[in-house]
Design a protein around this ligand. Sequence first.
Ligand code: FES
Length: 70
Amino acid sequence: MTTTICYCFGVSKEEIEKRIADGESIDQIRGSTGMGWGCGGCNTLTEPLWGEKATEESRERILDLLARQA
Ligand code: FES
């Protein structure tokens, strides 16, 4: 099962995590997928998860929210 983060461009949490583990930044992923450049709604998830100002607390809050929606 995958968790969709960006509905406009079909980008999943699992794809983002793999690409970050492979060394890409969230901005590089945005650039290559378009993520965040459609409605922009996914930025409310990507910023607290992987953005420059993300914290352990913000990651836990969003991951808990996503788990509840699964
Ligand atoms: S959900 Fe990502 S740009 Fe719309």
